[in-house]
Design a binder for this molecule. Structure first.
Ligand code: OGA
Ligand code: ZN
Length: 371
């Protein structure tokens, strides 16, 4: 059976034999005409203002496998592949290989449940890279193992994904106990669960921490899935959840060279209402400047969330060994570390970031090759 075309006043309707119905407004059809895209770059070259908003076609008809539309004044008809136009019908999210649902996790994931990937495979094989990217996207956390004992080794893996995200701490950073630290990470103090650089306009996406040495007493790592905690908060205390998704908190980092500030909600939602981002760093929270009447409800929500983050029910703990690199979505998974005693041994992590957009782009390009 062939699809059926109905020509309406404002648009076309196509009914497919599998009972899929697509509604195609004329202005959308004109704007989406495949010939309006640059043949090499694929960018839209069509100028929307060159046609009236209420444009209607002179003719519309089905050709085997295609929809043909003749527009007034246009030299040639628009030709849409029917399978393409079905898959891309308005109202449907566009197919996206990087749209991988988050798998929320809690303490029962355990350190042994964290997805692992051998560095040499990720470096050598596109299939291994794609698998690791997808798993890390789903869990927000993975460990790459078997890295060479060089600061380049972790960066090489990161560069296999995309461009590194440079910040005021550099293109990469050394997490070691430093004599004159500008960041608590560069001390031997404990770091409670946090996300990095909440003071940035766009906090970095994926964080890579390559362990070169972890010989001191202490220095264990802890991770917590912010999506799991936030979803539990939504169920347990919707009022607190609402406040944390709407009240923007000021964050600030400053040292001799910089004074970087941004306002962020602690929890952000995507267009579907799912938790898409956590921005939580008690050390970078600036002076809270909310309306006095909002203070008590805000602090109740914020402190409640902070308390939940410390609940061992959400924590996965491990001690990184040299040659391991933990990779996590810094805008979802919170990380922390135990204090360590620098007198008992050396601890050195080498870090860098790759933003979410780079990550997802690599997933899509690899899916294109695999198809
Ligand atoms: C950091 C950090 C964790 C660690 O550098 O942002 O949180 O294990 N480090 O030292
Ligand atoms: Zn950190």
């Amino acid at each position: 059976m062939d699809p059926v075309l109905n020509i309406g006043a404002d648009g076309l309707e196509i009914r497919w034999p599998d009972s899929t119905v697509g509604k195609f407004p004329y202005i959308w059809l004109r704007d989406t005409d495949p010939s309006g895209f640059h043949p090499q770059t694929g960018e839209r070259a069509f100028d929307l203002t060159s046609v009236p908003l209420d444009i209607t076609p002179e003719r519309a008809e089905l050709d085997p496998g295609a929809l043909l539309i003749t527009w007034p004044g246009a030299g040639h008809p628009s030709r849409f592949d029917l399978d393409w136009i079905k898959a891309n019908r308005p109202g449907q999210p566009r197919l996206d290989p990087a749209d991988i649902a988050a798998i929320a996790w809690k303490a029962d994931l355990g350190a042994e449940g964290i997805p692992r990937a051998p560095a040499d495979e990720v470096m050598r094989s596109d299939a291994a890279l794609a698998h690791w990217l997808g798993q890390t996207r789903a869990y927000g956390l993975s460990i790459v193992e078997g890295l060479a004992d060089s600061t380049e080794a972790g960066m090489d893996v990161a560069r296999r994904v995309g461009h590194l995200r440079e910040t005021n701490f550099g293109l990469t950073f050394e997490v070691v106990n430093k004599p004159d630290p500008n960041n608590l990470a560069y001390t031997s103090d404990a770091l409670p669960l946090h996300t990095d650089l909440t003071n940035q306009e766009l906090p970095p996406g994926y964080q890579f921490l390559h362990c070169l040495a972890n010989e001191a007493e202490g220095g264990g790592s802890v991770f917590c899935d912010g999506v799991a905690v936030a979803e539990d908060l939504r169920a347990r205390d919707p009022q607190a959840f609402d406040l944390l998704t709407t009240v923007s908190v000021p964050f600030r980092f400053h040292d001799a060279e910089t004074d970087i500030r941004a306002r962020k909600t602690v929890i952000a939602l995507d267009v579907r209402g799912n938790v898409s981002e956590i921005c939580f760093n008690a050390h970078l929270a600036d002076i809270v400047d909310l309306d006095p009447d909002l203070m008590m409800p805000f602090y109740r929500a914020y402190r409640g969330f902070m308390g939940m983050l410390r609940d061992p029910a959400y924590a996965v703990s491990l001690k990184l060994g040299s040659g391991e690199m933990v990779v996590f979505d810094n805008r979802r998974v919170l990380h922390g570390r135990e204090a360590f005693n620098p007198a008992t041994g050396y601890r050195h992590l080498h870090g860098c970031y790759v933003d979410r957009g780079e990550w997802d782009s690599r997933i899509r390009v690899l899916a294109r090759k695999a198809a």
